[in-house]
Design a protein around this ligand. Structure first.
Ligand SMILES: [Zn+2]
Ligand SMILES: [Zn+2]
Length: 259
């Protein structure tokens, strides 16, 4: 079996300190490819420094909306520069987080637009983080019109109606271990309506450990197997077949080699 973790933070200390070990366990569990996602200048640099160490490891560079208010022009220039690396396959994460509002909403909007412009200029797919900001996120994306390349909403937790809006636009949806949580009936309903040609899986590790090991503090890519099992079950499909199809979708979306 071959699964790809489309959104992991392998540069965060909890994981980076034992990366070799964690990726070996991941391969043993059938999760054999990874995208490590940048969140600020420090981690964007780290992402680029580790992607050449493993064959099936790719990266994305971006700036999380949490840091919008302290982002400088130099931080944005660096994203542009690092995006030229062959193993950087997306811009992200980027978007709006009005749940925490760690940065002023206007700063978040400005930063989001700048990063979308970079994605448009270098024709890279975009990994969107959107929390309690769905309408504004869609409005900004819509303003870019056809200039934008492919879009995925990561760590999806939207309503069935929002899921349908995203699908109607031709965008993609990525699910974390949240789909296994007892109180996440809405996310399971979404998973049922997202076709596998538009679906990806992710851990968002070191956060979001799935059930039945939700209490295990540090999530790792190996644990994505529980998320895959849960959605295969919701889709009434054998795990192998499900894994094959979402992996195909992920490879196509990020233009990964299909070795
Ligand atoms: Zn996120
Ligand atoms: Zn993330």
């Amino acid at each position: 079996m071959k699964l790809i973790d489309s959104h992991a933070h392998l540069t965060f200390d909890e994981i980076a300190n034992s990366l070799d070990d964690i990726l070996h366990r991941s391969i043993g569990a059938g999760v054999t490819g990874w995208l490590t996602i940048g969140t600020d200048t420090e981690h964007n640099k780290k992402v680029v420094s580790i992607i050449d160490m493993y064959e099936n490891l790719y990266g994305a560079v971006g700036i999380h909306p949490h840091y919008a208010s302290k982002t400088t022009e130099a931080d944005i220039e660096l994203v542009k520069e690092l995006a030229k690396n062959k193993k950087i396959v997306a811009i992200g994460e980027t978007g709006l987080d009005f749940h925490y509002d760690f940065s002023k909403q206007n700063d978040q909007i400005n930063l989001f637009e700048k990063l979308l412009q970079i994605a448009a200029d270098c024709s890279l797919p975009v990994i969107i983080h959107s929390r309690d900001a769905f309408d504004k996120t869609m409005e900004i994306i819509d303003n870019f019109g056809s200039k934008l390349p492919k879009i995925v909403f990561h760590c999806w937790g939207g309503t069935a109606e929002q899921t349908q809006i995203v699908l109607d636009r031709g965008f993609y949806i990525s699910f974390t271990g949240v789909v296994t949580f007892k109180n996440a009936a809405q996310t399971r309903e979404s998973a049922k309506i997202v076709p596998l040609e538009r679906m990806m899986l992710e851990t968002d590790c070191p956060y979001m450990s799935p059930e039945p090991i939700r209490k295990q503090k540090i999530n790792t890519p190996a644990l994505m197997i529980y998320t895959a099992q849960k959605i295969a079950e919701l889709k009434n499909m054998p795990l192998e077949k499900f894994a094959h199809q979402v992996t195909k979708t992920t490879e196509k979306f990020f233009n990964l080699p299909t070795n």
